[in-house]
Design a protein around this ligand. Structure first.
Ligand code: GLN
Length: 188
C-alpha cells in the first residue's frame, strides 16, 4: 500500500458517499467526508459520489464549495452524478459543470429509474470484464482530445481519464469490482 499523508476526501453533500467510505475503509485508505471548504483543504484527492447532480450543485454553492471545486488540483474520481458535475458540458437539460473533465455528458440518457441495470462491461487497459451498476445513468456523448477511454459498455465509452481525473457513468462502489477505484487511488 502507498504511504499517504493527507486523507482522501469524499464529497458528502448528498448521494452515496457512505458507500465510497465503506470501500475506502475496506481497501485500507484514510478518508474524510467533505462538506465545507475547511474540510476540502485537508484532502489531496477527492471523490464525487453518485446521487442527484442538481441537488449536489445547489448544496455545493450554498456551502461555498463550488468555486473551490473548480480549482481543485488533485486526483478526482466522479461516479455517475459525480462525472456529470466534473464535465465541461452537460445536456438534458443544459446545466453548469465544474469544467474539469473535457466531455459532454447527457443526463438520464438510458431512461428513468426503471431503466437502471447491472451488467458486465470492459476495463479497457486491463482487458478485463467487470461488473457495472448503472442507476439513472448519464452517457458520454463527446470526448475531448486529452481524455482516454478507460471503460466501455457495449462499445460505448462509460469511463474516461484525463490526467489525474477519472469520470465513470456507473457505480463501482456498489459493484463487486473495485479495479477502477484502485486506478484512482494510484493517481498522483
Ligand atoms: N440521474 C442523476 C443525475 O442526473 C445521476 C444518477 C446517479 O448518480 N446514480 O444527477
Amino acid at each position: 500500500m502507498t504511504v499517504q499523508t493527507n486523507p482522501i476526501g469524499i464529497l458528502a453533500l448528498q448521494g452515496d458517499y457512505f458507500e465510497h467510505g465503506r470501500v475506502l475503509k475496506k481497501l485500507g485508505h484514510k478518508f474524510i467526508y467533505v462538506k465545507t471548504p475547511e474540510e476540502l483543504i485537508q484532502v489531496e484527492s477527492l471523490i464525487l459520489p453518485g446521487g442527484e447532480s442538481t441537488t449536489m450543485r445547489k448544496l455545493a454553492k450554498q456551502n461555498k464549495l463550488w468555486d473551490r471545486l473548480k480549482k481543485f488540483k488533485g486526483p478526482m474520481l466522479g461516479t455517475c452524478a459525480g462525472i456529470i458535475l466534473m464535465a465541461k458540458e452537460i445536456t438534458g437539460p443544459s446545466e453548469e459543470g465544474l469544467g474539469l473533465l473535457d466531455v459532454t455528458i447527457a443526463r438520464n440518457a438510458y431512461g428513468s429509474q426503471i431503466n437502471s441495470f447491472t451488467d458486465m462491461g470492459q476495463y479497457i487497459q486491463k482487458k478485463k470484464n467487470i461488473e457495472m451498476v448503472f442507476i439513472r445513468a448519464p452517457q458520454i456523448t463527446r470526448i475531448g482530445e486529452r481524455c482516454e477511454v478507460i471503460a466501455e459498455y457495449k462499445g460505448q465509452p462509460v469511463g474516461v481519464q484525463q490526467g489525474n481525473l477519472i469520470g465513470l457513468t456507473f457505480h463501482p462502489e456498489i459493484s463487486r469490482n473495485y479495479d477502477l477505484i484502485e486506478r484512482f487511488l494510484s493517481l498522483k
